[in-house]
Ligand binder design. Structure first.
Ligand SMILES: Cc1ncc(COP(=O)(O)O)c(C=O)c1O
Length: 421
């Protein structure tokens, strides 16, 4: 273990992968905006194309600012390497497509983020790829959905917005029993609360747009390869073999980058990588506060007569409470909660009366954010599917920010007070 890895997460999140000596003494990496990098000799550029140097060629391929973010995210998640992308959805697309061919299947939770759900259910279907959706916490269903065509299992650490908590150790064991990798979207909890690779997952996905950036000023994604899955041993991945020969344990990440990232062009803008690095410095502090505030807001809402129910993994009666308490290392239960009012109209009124809380389609910001998923993100979903995904007309999703918690509660309280008006 390196000296850096022994440091506490609070310190590593600030100091990992900092190389001021390489940056002219600067304490932040430069934002390298150059589209392409000049090379001194013909031979050197040829060697770089052959992957024999670590130098940069062209922005769509790699970029010095984005590389710092890649190294930092690998460190924080405990992975072997990272590819960063222009959005979380780009990361999900790259990560999955690298393992899929027409006719393949994969098994995933049915509580996935809305765009992931549409990508898996509708877009992949056009290429004859089948996503088998199961209850993410039902390990028997997960195992039963695996067949000879399955290529991986895909889960979210905390489903958005259902907030269900699959047991990642069990899911990884099931996946590995069948020679399959487990891919986990860790966006909602971040490596501060949970490091899926340590629980047996093989690949971690992030929308860095959310908590990792934390300030609502950059869009990005990441694929972190644990570097431990035995691609060569599994008969399911014959097309990974050339990559194993090239890159050994990081064969998968090499395939993601070489075959998909470069050719789909899912590259992040260097400025966004820089802003994400800046945001990461305060991740640990922010997550502590998100968790503490969300717990208090959940308790506050429980006391309100207008509120029919509150869904927060920190509450003892939440079905995923015990799993979350273990998997999140006792550090908290995240900053997301959902709650129910009498109906759609009451939800709209509640949003309209808010004075501090922002009404918008994002999560994981310093600011508290609210949305009514039924009439926004899930508007185009058939009613039966919305019901199946637990997206009711009575549900409001709250991404609890890091403001003073009494001010968040006061805003919610004054809005709820006016519901009858
Ligand atoms: C869990 C999860 N994964 C992925 C995404 C997609 O991220 P992006 O908006 O950066 O593409 C989101 C967006 O909200 C999300 O909540």
């Amino acid at each position: 273990m390196s000296k850096q890895q022994q440091l506490d997460f609070h310190t590593r999140v600030i100091h990992a992968c900092q190389t001021p000596a390489q940056w002219g003494g600067a304490t932040l990496p430069p934002i390298v905006q150059a589209t392409a990098h000049a090379c001194p000799t013909a031979e050197h550029l040829s060697q770089t194309f052959a992957g024999q140097t670590n130098d940069h060629i062209y922005m769509r391929l790699t970029n010095p600012t984005s590389r710092v973010l890649e190294e930092k995210l690998a460190d924080l998640e405990g992975g072997g390497g990272t590819v960063v992308t222009g959005s979380g959805m780009a990361a999900i697309t790259d990560a999955c497509m690298a393992l899929l061919r027409a006719g393949d299947e994969f098994v995933c939770g049915n509580s996935l983020f809305m765009s992931t759900y549409i990508l898996f259910a509708n877009v992949f279907a056009k290429y004859n790829i089948t996503a088998r959706f199961v209850e993410a916490t039902d390990m028997a269903a997960l195992a039963a959905a695996i067949n000879a065509k399955t290529r991986f299992i895909y889960l979210e650490t905390l489903g958005n917005p259902k907030l269900d908590v699959p047991d990642l150790r069990q899911a990884a064991a099931i996946a590995h029993d069948h020679g399959l990798p487990l891919i986990v979207d860790n966006t909602l909890v971040t490596p501060f609360l949970c490091r899926p690779l340590e629980l047996g997952a093989d690949v971690v996905i992030h929308s860095t747009t959310k908590y990792l950036n934390g300030h609502g000023d950059a869009c990005g994604g990441a694929i972190i390869d644990g570097g431990t899955f035995p691609w060569n041993d599994s008969s399911r991945f014959p097309d990974l073999r050339p990559y194993v020969d090239r890159k050994g344990p990081l064969a998968y990440l090499d395939k993601v980058w070489r075959e998909h990232h470069i050719n789909f062009g899912t590259t992040p803008a260097p400025l966004h990588s820089y802003l994400t690095l800046l945001g990461l410095d305060t991740l640990a502090l922010r997550m502590e506060r998100h968790c503490a505030n969300a717990m208090e807001v959940a308790r506050f809402l429980l006391e309100r007569p207008e509120v029919a129910w509150v869904n927060y993994p920190g509450l003892a009666d939440h079905p995923g409470h015990a799993t979350a308490a273990t998997q999140f290392g006792g550090r908290g239960f995240g900053g997301m909660l959902t709650f129910g009012l009498a109906n759609k109209e009451q939800c709209a009124k509640c949003i309209d009366h808010l004075q501090l809380i922002y009404h918008l389609a994002n999560i994981g910001d310093c600011k508290t954010l609210i949305i009514h998923p039924y009439t926004t993100q899930y508007l185009s979903f058939p009613e039966a599917l919305r019901r199946k995904l637990s997206i009711g007309p009575d549900l409001l999703r709250l991404s609890v920010g890091i403001e003073a918690v009494q001010d968040i509660c006061h805003d919610l309280g004054q809005s709820l007070d006016r519901l009858g008006a």
